[in-house]
Write a new protein. Structure first.
Lengths: 113, 113
């Protein structure tokens, strides 16, 4: 079964700190790894995504680190802000015209003021 | 504004009743998806469609049905055969090229009366 395992389930960080969320996958055919941010009562919104041909991608305060040999990838949120408090999902998909995403179980991030 | 509209936002189902959740997109996307979200389990794929008049089962299709008569519409029916329908249902759409992100609506919360 294709799985993406996400940890931790919940995370509390002080304002200005670094938030780190980790994901591991099993299917070596996965070739697209997005991260989504979801606020209560809203749908997930794409935050940042990476392909396995690069080891790191940065967009503003958000960075994905990717380790192909370990089949792991992580999201780093630098200078975490209370407005970053949300649920974060990692996901993965493999080739095909309809990108069937396999989601992790989510991490609820709380950034304390 | 381009986007995905899901309606209603809240829906209640009586025992033995079928209910239909609406999903409309004006992004001109070919692919559309339905996910179910339960606490602590991430998003699970119910059905997806790559083109009008064609759709495929996802991981948890039992007790659900869909249609795709128009490019912009992908309604989901939760049938009486779905014994545990209480969940947050999310519709998404995407272009069908490689690396095209999925865009989500704001969901419908279904509860049992």
């Amino acid at each position: 079964q294709q799985q993406v395992k996400q940890s931790p389930q919940s995370l509390i960080v002080q304002k200005g700190g670094i938030s780190i969320i980790n994901c591991a996958y099993e299917n070596t055919a996965f070739d697209y790894f997005p991260w989504y941010q979801q606020f209560p009562g809203k749908g997930p919104a794409l935050l940042i995504a990476i392909r396995p041909d690069v080891s790191e991608k940065k967009e503003g305060r958000f960075t994905i680190s990717f380790n192909k040999s370990a089949k792991q990838f992580s999201l780093h949120i630098m200078d975490s802000q209370p407005g970053d408090s949300a649920t974060y999902f990692c996901a993965a998909s493999s080739g095909g015209s309809a990108r069937q995403l396999t989601f992790g179980s989510g991490t609820q991030l709380t950034v304390l003021p | 504004d381009g986007g995905i509209t899901q309606s209603p936002k809240y829906l209640f189902r009586k025992e033995g009743q079928n209910v239909t959740l609406s999903c409309e997109q004006n992004l001109n996307h070919d692919a559309m998806y339905w996910y179910r979200q339960d606490p602590g389990q991430g998003l699970r794929l119910i059905y997806y469609s790559q083109i009008v008049n064609d759709f495929q089962k996802g991981d948890i299709a039992e007790g659900y049905s869909v249609s795709r008569e128009k490019k912009e519409s992908f309604p989901l029916t939760v049938t009486s055969a779905q014994k545990n329908p209480t969940a947050f249902y999310l519709c998404a759409s995407s272009s069908t090229g490689q690396g095209q992100p999925q865009h989500f609506g704001d969901g419908t919360r279904l509860s049992i009366l």
